[in-house]
Design a protein around this ligand. Structure first.
Ligand code: PGD
Length: 853
């Protein structure tokens, strides 16, 4: 029995520190006063005996707390998890006094609960195991057979060797997109890439589903990705902005989570914004959680889905004709405005993009459009742009046009003015602290995973959202950001840390393409729809069953969190690291994969590198103490807290550029904001031209000859992170008739004879799902909303156009690229039909294991 709490890191309550502007940050009370209630301890060594044993050899304890509190972290924040008799009994934010985040309370369910549905053992699909000819056709409809861990390692390593030697690295798709779990060590996708790289390469994925279009267009316009950059600090917004526009973002929901771990600051700042008395405008097709949160303190402008670019053009035209725009800013800081201006005035296509034209498309009145032009120009205005509007057909145009609009307002680079594309994500704008950055495991040295290209010009990386197209059409070429990509022929797919049967568009098309490769391997903790569609699954430990480390606040770097193992692992579950270490060993490069290190060795190494940097820089934590050494940190079982720096608090995005655009040019060809891009002009794409413009989406509410009646909104959910947490008790709070809810306007519901709680069949030419009706004016007439992330649950996966019994929106969405430039996903462009479901409701099996499991 060991007690790891010999020394503790003391942190005083931040409430008591000072009352300067820095105190804007310090809205939280720390847990530091909470004493450790450790009781009994047991050894927690990995129960597995495996070919390469990655047991911990350390001089500090990794023993489990049986009764007491353990500190860990997840995408939804730093957590204090209470354990009794080795079972999780409570989970809450590690810090007190913060805005409530319901996602933090369900840790117990993620280990074991009513919907949890763990994969309990390595399993292989029956007809695959028996090597039956044409067995791929049974994916998702077959029985499963348990095999020993050693057997699973042998099957997978033999198969990878076969594919590599007979078809080469371009036959293995390891793009494996996904949000995995927090943790710098157990980073499933990186661990997979490390394994595939060290083994000789693979086909990777370019970009992501979040910002597929924006992250390709923005470097041409601003010279940076822009979407993943620190924002003008929130304290400056609160001090200087007169008008805050939340355009196509839903921060009240999306700030519950973050890529590393949530520092919760975004929700705190939203509260301050709500109470600030500033003019707040939300531009959104739906009465989102954010619109409801601000209630009477914000103006909600409803825009027809997919038409924000038209609205922006109407505002821009008004500014031109009223002569109320910043001509000096346009002259000094931008490139090519005149050519764009001709387009707005209709000189290039005969269509004047005035407020009337815009209003007819976007549904916002002419008067309101003109008023917005005036309000934006006359006041210090911060436009906080979300990403949904670029997750649409022609998604490149929205962010480009917003940059043009902001340039005309002329406040880019001023405190509280301009635009920001990351206030709704990972707490952008929470001021950066002095914390040293804790690193993570690397993808290894051999090729790919990013933008690597084979000498014959064929791609070893494809834009992530083209996965169905690639699987279905080997040899096809596509254009991508000035290059040509030739799809490889994939024979083996390996996925760890993602859920494509929920996140990818047009599930039926994916299902058919997915049948092509010989082998599909999936690692997950749960029987997700993707795991059910695999041939071989490995049961993975949850983050609460392993040790790790992460920072919180992707931009603030506010905390370094120990992610201490909370409970003993499920008997046959292994970490991704263990599985890949054993596969690497079986493939002959085990030593290179592990470098002889176990889980805790890596964690200690990552921490120590940061610790040394902190020592060199003389970093002091928020409590005034230097960073503790690793043993002290790990034993103390508490997150470390760092304070914002003066530079972080005073950070104004593009201030340097504004101050001197010659000395501090942007990374664009002209060094200025490119309203007109010669680089893009030369690419000569049909659907992304040299300046931003309105393109009619492939499907939208206002189109002629609509293929279906209702515009489908499929935004990110309130009580999940994509598909994660769907398998917890949170589902009880939103499921309707045991299905994913669909919001329908009362007038539409009446016309279709649908009542609250009814089962609804939602369908179009791509597929059909069942959903539970919520009749509400949250959506306008002609618009319906289904959150993305419901677990796909096919009635019969071997049947074409089978009904999804749980209500996954992506059965209905379009799998078309945003444009030839970015090839991002167009998830948020789709029309659907609805009808009351009158048949006998089929059983929802989304959270049940497949046959044989
Ligand atoms: P998640 O549900 O987070 O969704 O797509 P993504 O695939 O990231 O899936 C993560 C999976 O990883 C889960 O199955 C989880 O159990 C598993 N996992 C977690 N931790 C681990 C681990 O340690 N090891 C292993 N092996 N597995 C683990 C999200 C994607 O959806 C994104 S980012 C966006 S922005 C898109 N948004 C939309 C949208 O707005 N609208 C629609 N219609 N569709 C979208 N799809 C996209």
């Amino acid at each position: 029995m060991k007690n790891t709490n010999k020394r503790s890191v003391t942190t005083k309550s931040v409430d008591s520190v000072d009352s300067s502007r820095r105190s804007a940050l310090r809205t939280i009370g720390l847990f530091s006063t909470v004493p450790f209630i450790g009781g009994a301890w047991i050894g927690c060594g990995d129960s597995s005996s495996t070919t390469t044993d990655v047991q911990n050899i350390t001089n500090f304890s990794t023993d489990l707390v049986l009764d007491g509190d353990v500190y860990t972290a997840a995408h939804w924040g730093a957590l204090k998890v209470s354990v009794k008799g080795g079972k999780i009994v409570k989970s809450q934010n590690a810090f007190s006094g913060l805005e409530e985040n319901p996602l933090q309370a369900v840790t117990a369910d993620l280990v074991d609960g009513k919907y949890t549905n763990r994969i309990k053992a390595p399993m292989v699909r029956k007809s695959y195991l028996e090597k039956q000819a044409g067995n791929n056709a049974l994916r998702g409809a077959d029985e499963w057979v348990e095999v020993s861990y050693e057997e699973a390692i042998k099957i997978v390593s033999d198969e990878i060797k076969r594919v590599r030697s007979s078809k080469g690295p371009t036959a293995i798709y390891g793009g494996s997109y996904g949000w995995k779990s927090s943790g710098n060590m157990h980073n499933a996708r990186t661990l997979l890439h490390r394994f595939l790289n060290l083994g000789g390469g693979f086909v990777g994925g370019l970009g992501d589903y979040s910002t597929g279009a924006a992250q390709v267009i923005m470097p041409h316009v601003l010279g940076t990705l822009e979407v993943y950059e620190q924002q003008t600090s929130w304290p400056l917004v609160l001090e200087h902005s007169k008008v805050v526009v939340i355009w196509g973002a839903n921060p009240v929901d999306t700030l519950r989570i973050a890529w590393s771990s949530n520092d919760n600051q975004g929700l705190e700042y939203l509260k301050k914004l709500r109470d600030s008395g500033k003019k707040i405008i939300c531009i959104d097709p739906a009465k989102s959680s954010t619109v409801q949160y601000f209630d009477s303190k914000a103006e909600h402008i409803r825009v027809v889905p997919n038409t924000d670019v038209a609205l922006m053009l109407g505002i821009i035209h008004t500014m031109l004709v009223t002569n109320k725009y910043d001509k000096d800013f346009i002259a000094d800081y931008t490139e090519g405005f005149e050519k764009f201006q001709k387009y707005v005035e209709g000189k290039t296509d005969g269509v004047v993009k005035d407020a009337k034209w815009a209003s007819d498309i976007c549904g916002v009145s002419e008067e309101k459009i003109k008023e917005l032009a005036e309000v934006f120009f006359e006041n210090r205005t911060m436009i906080m742009g979300g990403w949904n509007m670029q997750r649409q057909h022609h998604g490149e145009q929205a962010h480009w046009m917003l940059v043009v609009l902001s340039s005309m307002i002329g406040q880019i680079g001023l405190p509280g003015g301009g635009f920001g594309f990351s206030y709704h994500y990972s707490n952008g704008g929470a001021p950066t602290t002095n914390a040293p950055v804790v690193g993570g495991i690397s993808i290894g040295k051999v090729s790919s995973g990013g933008a690597e290209w084979l000498s014959d010009g064929s791609a070893v990386s494809i834009p992530v959202a083209r996965v169905t197209d690639m699987l279905a059409n080997p040899g096809k070429t596509i254009k991508y950001n000035g290059k040509t990509i030739k799809y490889p022929e994939i024979d083996l797919v390996y996925w760890a840390g993602g859920n494509p049967f929920v996140h990818h568009q047009d599930t039926n098309a994916l299902l058919s393409a997915w049948r092509k490769p010989t082998t599909i391997i999936v690692h997950d903790m749960y029987w997700t729809p993707t795991a059910k569609m695999a041939d071989i699954v490995f049961p993975i430990t949850t983050p609460y069953e392993r040790n790790d480390i992460t920072m919180s606040g992707d931009y603030s770097n506010m905390n370094i969190n120990p992610m201490k193992q909370v409970v003993a692992p499920l008997e046959k579950a292994k970490s991704d690291y263990q599985v890949f270490s054993d596969l690497a060993e079986a493939c002959g490069f085990g030593e290179q994969y592990t470098e002889g290190k176990a889980e805790m060795d890596w964690i200690e190494e990552f921490y120590n590198a940061a610790y040394q940097n902190a020592q060199k820089a003389g970093v002091v934590m928020a409590d005034g103490n230097p960073m503790p050494d690793f043993q002290t940190f790990w034993s103390a079982n508490r997150p470390l807290v760092f304070d914002a720096t003066p530079e972080g608090l005073d950070f104004v995005r593009y201030a340097d550029f504004r101050e001197d655009p010659i000395l501090n040019p942007l990374g664009t060809p002209s060094g200025r904001i490119e309203i007109y891009s010669e680089v893009i002009e030369k690419m000569n794409y049909k659907d992304c031209k040299a300046f931003p413009q309105w393109f009619e989406p492939a499907e939208w509410k206002g189109m002629k000859d609509k293929p279906a009646e209702f515009a489908l909104l499929s935004p990110h959910p309130s009580l999940r992170l994509h598909s994660q947490l769907a398998n917890t008790r949170l589902r009880d709070e939103y499921a309707v008739a045991n299905r994913e809810p669909i919001w329908i306007n009362p007038a539409d519901a009446k016309a279709k004879d649908i009542q609250n709680g009814d089962l609804v069949r939602v369908f179009n030419k791509r597929g059909q799902i069942l959903a539970g009706a919520v009749v509400s004016d949250i959506v306008d007439e002609g618009v319906v909303r289904i959150y993305e992330g419901a677990w796909y649950d096919p009635s019969d996966a071997s049947e074409a156009n089978t009904l999804c019994k749980n209500g996954s929106a992506n059965v209905l969405t379009m799998d078309i690229p945003t444009s030839e430039l970015a090839n991002g996903n167009s998830a948020c462009t789709a029309l659907v039909n609805i009808e009351k479901y009158t048949g006998t409701p089929p059983e929802n099996t989304a959270f049940l294991p497949p046959k044989g499991a």
